[in-house]
Design a protein around this ligand. Structure first.
Ligand SMILES: [Cu+2]
Length: 315
């Protein structure tokens, strides 16, 4: 993905270092390539014939500020076999126009206003849509609020993106995918047990924070068929923002339900006086045991760079 922003130094700083607070509206150019490429879907490197935006599951994080204009370009490379498309849930446009399929070798451009702050799914909408999503064509849009941080929406110490998806090993059987048959795993940012060395000895990453820090999770349920029940084991969500909108805040949530395609922003604050760990799970046990467990370690020697700037998605 290439992102370019117009001149304001503040805006440039925002794209390099993450959201810093109130900002003026700007135009953000985003280009993605539809790819039909192999990816590793677990921590030991098992390959899977995915369809992706820019080669990875999930696709690139698109982060803009409320009021920005997003100028988007989808390149469907001529080496691909399938038509692909882009459906931004943050966009208010025409499904038959902007979101129409793009044939191999063709490119499509459209733009939209990021009218509402929050977090949103994006995905390919080409048919069979369930297969294009299941094979990996999804991601997150973060639209930061134009008014910046507030008492209602405090500045976090760390931010992490978690995008959940269902893994169907038989990638070609789109009838089975539609019927939720053959569901083999749950992907968190593209891998089963991606950040969970407790349940997968091949996992090498966890989410990190220091004791007492406010950790903000931007979570998308990109499952094909199943809702998700997001719970931080050994913790309570301090605040949850429905659809990530600062106006939609609820407090003290043990578990937060995310319907299919739904996204939310979830804040957690760990005890300040000792190191602790949380396991962020989809409490739907069939999903947790298939890979939807993410360890958050709250420790004094947490990497000072983790969960900041461009390091909000562990790869
Ligand atoms: Cu597609």
């Amino acid at each position: 993905m290439t992102i370019m922003k117009s001149a304001l130094a503040m805006a440039v700083a925002a794209i390099l270092t993450g959201y810093t607070g109130a900002a003026l509206a700007k135009t953000v150019k985003v280009t993605m390539h539809a790819n039909e490429n192999s990816v590793a879907i677990d921590n030991k490197g098992t390959k899977y014939p995915a369809w992706t935006f820019d080669g990875g599951i999930p696709g690139p994080v698109v982060r803009v500020t409320e009021g920005d204009v997003v100028e988007f370009e989808l390149v469907n490379d001529g080496t691909n076999k399938e038509s692909h498309s882009m459906d931004f849930h943050a966009a208010i446009v025409d499904v038959l126009n902007e979101f129409a399929p793009v044939k191999p070798g063709e490119t499509k451009k459209f733009k939209f206003d990021a009218k509402y702050p929050g977090v949103f799914m994006y995905h390919c909408g080409s048919m069979p849509m369930h297969q294009h999503i299941a094979r990996g064509m999804y991601g997150i849009v973060i639209v930061d609020p134009k008014e910046g941080y507030s008492d209602r929406y405090p500045k976090p110490d760390r931010e992490y993106v978690l995008v959940q998806g269902q893994f169907f090993p038989n990638a070609d059987d789109h009838h089975a995918i539609m019927e939720n048959q053959g569901w083999g795993g749950t992907l968190i940012n593209g891998k089963m047990f991606h950040y969970d060395p407790v349940h997968d000895p091949n996992a090498s990453q966890v989410l990190e924070a220091k004791p007492g820090e406010r950790v903000r999770i931007f979570y998308v349920n990109a499952n094909v068929n199943l809702p998700a029940a997001i719970h931080p084991i050994a913790g309570v969500w301090d605040r949850v923002y429905a659809n990530g909108n600062p106006k939609n805040v609820v407090y003290g949530m043990a578990t937060y339900q995310l319907g299919v395609s739904e996204a939310a922003t979830l804040d957690i604050v760990s005890p300040a006086d000792r190191p602790t760990n949380n396991a962020i799970v989809d409490h739907t046990m069939g999903a947790a045991m298939r890979g939807a467990i993410t360890v958050l370690m709250n420790k004094p020697d947490a990497d000072p760079k983790a969960g900041k700037g461009n390091l909000i998605v562990g790869r």
